[in-house]
Structures are given as C-alpha cells and as structure tokens.
Write a protein that binds this ligand. Structure first.
Ligand code: PGA
Length: 231
C-alpha cells in the first residue's frame, strides 16, 4: 500500500511535525510531493519525497523545469508525472508523460504516473478509451517496473469533494492492471471519511491525496487506515 500526499502549489504542513506524526506508522509506504522550495526540507525531515514534475533532459535551457539528476542529487526519491492539472493547464501530453517517466526511471527515481477521464469524456462514454490511451502511453517504460505506480484520478473528482464510488474505482483499476502490471493508486477527494471503503477494493493499492494531505492529522489518519486494511 502506498499513500502519497500531493501538496500542489501549497506550502503544506511543517515537514518535521509531519515526520514526527508519521514516525510510528508501519507497513505502508508514505510519500509527500511538496512544491519545489520544500523538497530539501522534507528530505531532511526524513520523509520519502517526490517532486510534482520532472523533465526528460539532464540539464539545459528549459525554464521552469527540473531534471531527474538534480532531484536525485538532493535526495528526492521520485516524481509525479502527468497530473491532470499539468495536462489541463500546462500542455502535458501522453508523449511528454512517457518521456518524463522514462527519464525519471533511467535516473533511478520512482514515478507516480497519473491518468483519468474528464467529466465530458465520462459523459460521452469514453472513460475506458481515455484510460486505455493514457496508460498505454507509458506501458513500454512502466510495465512490471517496481518503481512505478499509476494513479487513477478521475478529473471530475479532483478537489471537488465528489469521489468515484468504490465500484467505479475498482473497475478502472482492474482495467489499468490489464495494461500495466504496477501498483494502482486512487486519487480524487480522498479524505479520512472515505479512505476505508476505497482502499478496501482489491485493486486499489493506495491513494494520491491532495487537499487532505495539507493537514497533518487528516493525512496521518488516511495512512493509518491503509495500515489497518493491509495488516
Ligand atoms: P484532491 O486532489 O484530493 O484534493 O481531490 C488529488 C490530486 O489532485 O492528486
């Protein structure tokens, strides 16, 4: 089970206070994905730290980007790739997601690659096609890779308080696992109150938590739920 906290463009909780609170939690992999300026502080606090994005080149004229080598040099263990906010607002495509994933893995970083349909795509009956295309884009580099997880994040469930039913999540996760053999996390309005039923689904191997990861207690509570379910 893997629980990852995506702080997005929020400063997030105090890294040492968070590390202290999480210290006793065993049997679940816990990851935080802070904004760039906090990466070093979370690494130094002993938290397994992922970036929110990673470029495919080692260095160069790519303003606003950061390379896998640079992240590694600072003790960062992995990166999110292809989050829907990057796909929606920053022109991320299936092709760039694949390039980022490949470069991160080659440098020894772990990757959480995000996939998921929008409301319009769901309404049009295209959910399966969208998940398939987005997941197939990373299959060659990700299949069976121990350092890769896919996060299924239906876009309509992100930051909205609307969550996929456990059955909807399970169905999407099972589909993803027919394409790539990796852990599949659920993301989209995961909270302490709904974590248990989502994480209890057989193909839900963890969660990518946004808003609820900004509060130490709510994030710790989701991590504790994960521990209980898999123990
Ligand atoms: P949310 O965000 O939990 O705030 O919906 C999840 C995500 O975007 O990763």
């Amino acid at each position: 089970m893997l629980i990852a906290g995506n702080w997005k463009m929020y400063a997030g909780p105090d890294p040492s206070a968070l590390a202290d609170r999480l210290a006793g939690i065993r049997g679940v992999d816990v990851v935080v994905c802070p904004p760039f300026m906090r990466l070093v502080a979370t690494v130094e606090a002993g938290l397994t730290t992922y970036a929110q994005n990673v470029h495919w080149e080692e260095e160069g004229a790519f303003t606003g980007e950061i390379s896998a080598k640079m992240l590694k040099a600072h003790g960062v263990a992995g990166s999110l790739v292809g989050h829907s906010e990057r796909r929606q607002h920053f022109g991320e495509t299936d092709e760039t997601v694949a390039r980022r994933t490949k470069a991160a893995l080659a440098a020894g970083l772990a990757v959480i690659a995000c996939v998921g349909e929008t409301q319009e795509e769901r309404d049009a009956g295209d959910t399966e096609t969208v998940i398939r295309i987005q997941t197939e884009a990373i299959r060659d580099v990700a299949h069976g890779h121990a350092k890769v997880a896919v996060a299924y994040e239906p876009v309509w469930a992100i930051g909205t308080g609307r969550i996929a039913t456990p059955e909807t999540a399970q169905e999407a996760h099972a589909l993803i696992k027919t394409i790539v053999d990796v852990r599949v996390l659920y993301g989209g309005s995961v909270k302490p109150e709904n974590a248990e039923e989502l994480l209890s689904q057989p193909d839900v191997d963890g969660a990518l938590v946004g808003g609820a990861s900004l509060e130490i207690e709510s994030f710790a509570s989701i991590c504790e739920t994960a521990t209980r379910i898999r123990s």
